[in-house]
Ligand binder design. Sequence first.
Ligand SMILES: [Ca+2]
Ligand SMILES: [Ca+2]
Length: 318
Amino acid sequence: MHKAQRTMRNRPVGTCIVRKHVLTALLVTAAAALVLAEPEPPHGVAGAAQALDLRWVRIPAGSFQMGCVPADDACEENERPRHRVVLSRSFDLLATEITVGQYQAFVAATDRDPPPSPDFEQAADHPVVFLSWDDAAAFCRWAGGRLPTEAEWEYAARGGKDGLVYWWGNEVSHEWSNYGADECCEGLADGHDQWVTTAPVGSFAANDFGLYDMTGNVWEWVADWFDPGFYSQSPLSDPVGPTVGFGRVSRGGSWLNFPQVLRVSLRLVFTPGGQTSNIGGRCARDAGPVRIAQGAEGSRGAEGSRGSSHKAQKILNP
Ligand SMILES: [Ca+2]
Ligand SMILES: [Ca+2]
């Protein structure tokens, strides 16, 4: 498939809007290595889901500043005001985007219709694309989890580093993320970013929470409905977004997007049934009771002081 054709057929609604201004129209491990926690078996998880190589990372409860950072002059109004959010409970997040192989296992186990195939090659370790919001939510339920809230997603994406345009700093770089050309809408390989379309998940460095590709590769659906004014009325603790809306939020930008779209605070609204070649997902789950690995009890205190540490724990797979 020629590049131009791919762009015409599969261009995500948001990218073009973004280019023109986008974003208004966006209407339409270390430290914790001593504490290896073993999650209780998740409730209601099908056997096939348990057999998947799902790598959960424990994200500690804490607080952060959500939205447009002062160093960012490209923000849209829907990213303001920057506001404090408290996440009162730890939660787990998949270390990577949902992969092609994982979603194929879900389809095989549930007889759900598979998403369309993109017009480029993808191996099993690439992020699955063409997921609707419903697809992503259904996969996450099957995997014993749910979609992350928008606040959980941004907190996790920042990796404990508040105030940055991108999680690694204020300058975009193909050394840290898979994204596209400087002009909308074309994939680009440059430097460490060797991919014109999707990259195998985990091809770039993880953030300080141990999460891969929170920026770039594919957009990630979150649970929230979109409301451009929500930040001015967001509850302080554990916001879940408005109760109704016309579109759901996705986050993080993708292989097809230009740098401005990769900003951590950017919010893309998309119709829940929307499927494009650059939208996938990532699951969260409530943090259940954990069993601390033998000999690690001495470090429990650090874990218990919520919000005092942004280091995530590595959770052993079920
Ligand atoms: Ca790229
Ligand atoms: Ca991503």
